[in-house]
Design a protein around this ligand. Sequence first.
Ligand code: OGA
Ligand code: MN
Length: 222
Amino acid sequence: METTTLNHAPALSPVALPRLIDALVEQGWYVGEGDLDAHLCAELHAELTAMAERDALAAAGIGRGSEHALRRDIRGDAIRWLDRESQAQRRYLEAMGELQQALNQALFLGLFEYEAHFAHYPPGAFYRKHLDSFRGRANRVISTVGYLNPGWPADGGGEMRIFAADAPDREVAKVRPEAGTFACFLADSVPHEVLPTRLPRASIAGWFRRNASLGGLVDPAH
Ligand code: OGA
Ligand code: MN
């Protein structure tokens, strides 16, 4: 039968799923090269580059609510939250929705929501070692990072270093931000950092969230 719908390759490779789940359970982090569809990465990269050129990104800060502050000595990226405005964004978010279901089925994590932002690191930018959430207030449960940069050179810098949850000075992975690479890790226990980049660097950072109640207060979304 003929159809006018374009058939896309899966945005996130289905063969990555069992490896991703095993790695999260065994070591708390996962990195897979070539997990994201190359065509989708190219579209998202073009979208982010155009946003950076028309100044549609906001300087990223640290801390939430009233503690939110710009700290260029801690992080130098510029961001924009995904809002489903393009087909490429919808495909990426759809794939993360499927990943959320798979994680909930396999690990009973009770993840109910996903939020993600584009991140553009201009040359020289970095993000110092940090955790993505704090235990006890942890409504960000699993962090994800999708990389969008085709042909990233060996001397391009901008690697994400991942450290052991139980030994925060021990590097366990150094991830080149090459298009197609997908990483995820436990948000409240896996320290990580972005080394200074030599070239403009594009990624999508996202978080699966649980609804954490704090003495009756629900932690605000951003
Ligand atoms: C973050 C982060 C890593 C990356 O945004 O919290 O750690 O490689 N990003 O973009
Ligand atoms: Mn982080």
